[in-house]
Design a protein around this ligand. Structure first.
Ligand SMILES: Cc1cc2nc3c(=O)[nH]c(=O)nc-3n(C[C@H](O)[C@H](O)[C@H](O)COP(=O)(O)OP(=O)(O)OC[C@H]3O[C@@H](n4cnc5c(N)ncnc54)[C@H](O)[C@@H]3O)c2cc1C
Length: 496
């Protein structure tokens, strides 16, 4: 049973609705439950949290930073968010502790292999960022000594990733290995489902599956949610983290609001593949020493270890299938039905053809990829805060404020619109949302700033500082499910 932090009496608890039970909604609900300040109700349009259509189960699980290194502030910000994510999660949700970045000598290669910002510059910046981080937070040496954070890969190391093919023939200009976390997606999903279900079981959170929110209205006392076109339910505060079908809920009328431009929504795909025994025999390194490998180029690609025996492969040419700008003021907007249900109509190719095309593209650089067994094409919608990127540098900037729209109700409660953005950012962003919510309790004199600061605060480096109790808010100390229970989830949730 969770011991809550503030454990407020019922009459002081706000009733808070969270829309969407993906990683963003579930993380926010779990942190709220740990604080013991609200009656939390989650509304999920589908029949499961982390359901098979959402982004949270269909992503490559990299805790990102290096690849955005062309923009220093973004590198720093994402690094900080990765460290926080790692700190809050149990060890077993991570599948890989290092990522290789190879730089093809390619004319299209604009990412971080250009004059002014090469992968070596990014490597140096990252070491600096980590050193600075350790000066400020001595105990956070999760990645060991800064001098071991990055290793420049020599020809032999590169050769061992390519499967004994001559790197000079592959035109790889160089590479680095970065200590960086990658999720084992199956373990992450099982952990979050386990955590969420345990909070639901113990009545810290109410979950309403198959309950789609269609409208949010503001009335005199509170926010009024229209569910499934039938029920009207009332809440002091609403956190909207429900996007898989686009921004289909009209936002409340713009009044006294902090309003930021809309979101960019992209349909992204990658292939999931299994390593067959025949390939392990031919290329034993794949089992013994291979770690996730990303090719840095104009539109990058990579091979990510997302689970035991499973690799996710994405290729820049195939990664983004469709995109739309979603200005917030013009909601509701639904993404076209074909995006998720008839990809063939958009691409003119079957999913099997796309799986082969992804392998084909990456095998130009890493030939053993051709020997992988196709499992399935994974596809989902990713929501980016902000507009369409004007250029590569703009695309690398990922330090936008993720709270796109904030409305302060006269009752003191808030409507907060928050796209999940990157999985890497979710614990950080969820805690930012929680700080917004806590500010209403301070405003109403229910909690003091000092009480809140003891458990959660943002310091002058934009670092989120948590008490030891809050460090456990995302289930770091929760007992892991048995193998049989985890396998049941993998099966039912269709993780692989
Ligand atoms: C192909 C791909 C690869 C990615 N790779 C990475 C990566 O390597 N690293 C990284 O950090 N990030 C990555 N991301 C981004 C990451 O997956 C997302 O940022 C994150 O999962 C978003 O979580 P979310 O909870 O906001 O969204 P989702 O998981 O999509 O959840 C939204 C939920 O809201 C529900 N919902 C929608 N509308 C309503 C409604 N009206 N009423 C009720 N419920 C509703 C949906 O059913 C869904 O369950 C990737 C994304 C994609 C698509």
């Amino acid at each position: 049973m969770v011991k809550t932090i503030f454990n407020l009496p019922l009459k002081q608890r706000q009733s808070i609705a969270i829309i969407g039970a993906g990683a963003m909604g579930v993380s926010t609900a779990c942190i709220l439950a740990k604080l013991g300040i609200a009656k939390v109700s989650v509304f999920e349009a589908e029949s499961k949290a982390f359901n098979k259509n959402g982004a949270s189960i269909n992503n490559t699980g990299i805790l990102h930073h290096f690849v955005y290194g062309g923009h220093h502030d973004t590198l720093e910000h994402l690094f900080q968010q990765s460290i926080l994510f790692r700190k809050l999660m149990p060890e077993y949700v991570f599948g890989d502790g290092q990522v290789n970045y190879l730089v093809p000598d390619d004319i299209e290669n604009t990412a971080i292999n250009q004059v002014g910002v090469t992968f070596k510059d990014v490597a140096a910046s990252l070491v600096n960022i980590y050193q600075k981080h350790l000066q400020n937070y001595q105990n956070e040496n999760i990645l060991g000594h800064p001098k071991d954070l990055i290793k420049i890969l020599d020809k032999n190391a590169i050769k061992s990733l390519l499967g004994n093919f001559d790197p000079t023939k592959q035109n790889i200009a160089g590479g680095v290995q970065v200590k960086q976390f990658v999720l084992n997606l199956a373990e992450y999903v099982c952990h979050m489902v386990n955590l969420f279900n345990s909070l639901v079981r113990d009545k810290f959170v109410d979950i309403h599956y198959n309950q789609k929110v269609h409208n949010i209205a503001i009335n005199n006392q509170d926010f009024e949610l229209n569910i499934n076109h039938n029920d009207q339910l009332y809440f002091d505060t609403v956190v909207n983290a429900g996007y898989a079908n686009g921004l289909s809920i009209p936002i409340p009328e713009l009044r006294n609001e902090q309003y930021i431009e809309g979101n960019l929504v992209r349909l992204k795909v990658y292939g999931l593949y299994k390593i067959p025994a025949s390939l392990k025999k031919k290329f034993p390194e794949i089992d013994k020493s291979f770690s996730s490998t990303i090719l840095i180029r104009g539109q990058y690609g990579g091979i990510i270890k997302v689970g035991y025996n499973y690799l996710a492969i994405f290729s820049g040419r195939e990664y983004n299938q469709a995109e739309l700008d979603f200005p917030i003021a013009e909601t509701p907007q639904n993404i076209p039905g074909e995006w998720l249900h008839n990809l063939e109509k958009i691409t003119g190719r079957t999913e099997a053809e796309m799986l082969n095309a992804i392998k084909q593209d990456i095998s130009r650089w890493i030939p053993w990829v051709k020997g992988l067994e196709n499992i399935k094409l994974k596809k989902a919608v990713q929501v980016y805060p902000g507009r369409k990127f004007a250029n590569d540098l703009d695309a690398a900037k990922r330090d936008d404020n993720p709270v796109r729209y904030l409305y302060q109700h006269k009752n003191g409660g808030k409507y907060i619109h928050i796209p999940g953005f990157k999985l890497t950012s979710i614990p950080y962003n969820a805690l930012q949302v929680i700080l917004e919510i806590l500010s209403t309790y301070i405003y109403q004199g229910i909690l003091t700033q000092e009480q809140v600061n003891q458990h959660i605060t943002i310091d002058q480096n934009q670092q989120i500082i948590l008490s030891s109790e809050m460090n456990a808010a995302l289930g770091k100390n929760l007992s892991q499910l048995t193998i049989a229970e985890r396998e049941k989830i993998l099966d039912e949730w269709e993780v692989y």
